[in-house]
Design a protein around this ligand. Structure first.
Ligand code: GTP
Ligand code: MG
Length: 267
């Protein structure tokens, strides 16, 4: 049984920074995780890269040889990864058999987790290999300045959740940049009624019914919940990790072992 986090979210939302902070935290507490780079366009890393899509395929070559731009080139690279996933994963995983907790640092192109099946197929493959996978969706707190942006962020996250069908943890990143804490707190665990009235205030009356439907949708999927990530605080990353771990049942075996352990058995 393996465990994995699929770290997704819009471009620049802080995915790679989250991965490196998670790595540092785990190193500090003596826990082994391996970070896998899935972004063919990434150039530098603040974490040791355990496996790297760039070893499989080179984005510049793809763009040049196929005459594609950066986004088309990326899609091609991801599809190439999909076609070669079996061998690539097999080879990589053979190196890490004992402690297989993988964190996949994904590219930020939104189509990868909204309507193109590449990541979905990737996840299916991991699951067939007996991995318990969590989708970790990062949203930049800087954009959570009003209700319309919040709803739009929820919708993007919801489309990833529906597309991937994974346990899903939403993270509001870059909390250190938030100056008006109160405004953000409104959006961490908001009441649907609050969102609806804010949305109605912002929009023309002709959208009242649409607003209601949107809020109901978000509410039904119990989506309206974000965990704040403040990288200055170790407690913040510890809490996020514990939420993700429990969503994929990581560490539950260990708990059982501790509970089952009875010192008197030794006597
Ligand atoms: N202040 C602050 N800046 C952050 C934080 N997380 C990320 N950043 C900055 O935001 C920018 C983007 O961060 P990345 O971690 O590269 O974001 P990403 O989601 O991996 O971006 P792509 O891979 O391009 O999609 C960088 O300049 C980071 O230094 C944070 O918690 N606080
Ligand atoms: Mg990145």
């Amino acid at each position: 049984m393996g465990f994995a986090q699929l770290v997704i979210g819009p471009a620049g939302s802080g995915k790679s920074t989250y991965c490196s902070s998670l790595f540092q935290y785990c190193e500090k507490i003596g826990r082994t995780i391996h970070i896998v780079n899935l972004d063919p366009a990434a150039e530098s890393f603040n974490y040791p890269v355990a496996m790297d899509i760039r070893e499989l395929i080179n984005l510049d070559d793809v763009m040049e040889e196929l005459g594609l731009g950066p986004n088309g080139g990326l899609m091609y690279c991801m599809e190439h990864l999909e076609d070669n996933l079996d061998d690539w994963l097999e080879e990589g995983l053979n190196n890490y058999l004992d402690d297989d907790y993988l964190v996949f640092d994904c590219p930020g192109q939104i189509e990868l987790f909204s309507h193109v099946p590449v990541l979905r197929n990737f996840v299916d493959h991991l699951q067939r290999k007996n991995f318990s996978v969590c989708g970790v969706y990062l949203l930049d707190s800087q954009f959570m300045t009003d209700v319309t942006k919040f709803i739009s962020g929820c919708m993007a996250s919801l489309s990833a959740m529906i597309q991937l069908e994974l346990p899903h943890v939403n993270i509001l990143s870059k909390m250190d940049l938030v100056t008006k804490k109160r405004n953000i707190e409104d959006f961490l665990n908001p009441e649907p009624q609050f969102l609806l009235s804010e949305l109605n205030k912002r929009m023309d009356p002709q959208f009242t019914k649409l607003n209601k439907a949107l809020i109901e949708l978000v509410d039904q999927y119990s989506m309206v919940s974000f965990v704040p990530l403040d990288l200055r605080k170790e407690s913040s990353i510890r809490y996020i990790l514990s939420q993700i771990d429990s969503s994929i049942q990581y560490g539950e075996d260990a708990d059982v072992r501790i509970k089952d352990f009875d010192p008197e058995d030794d006597e």
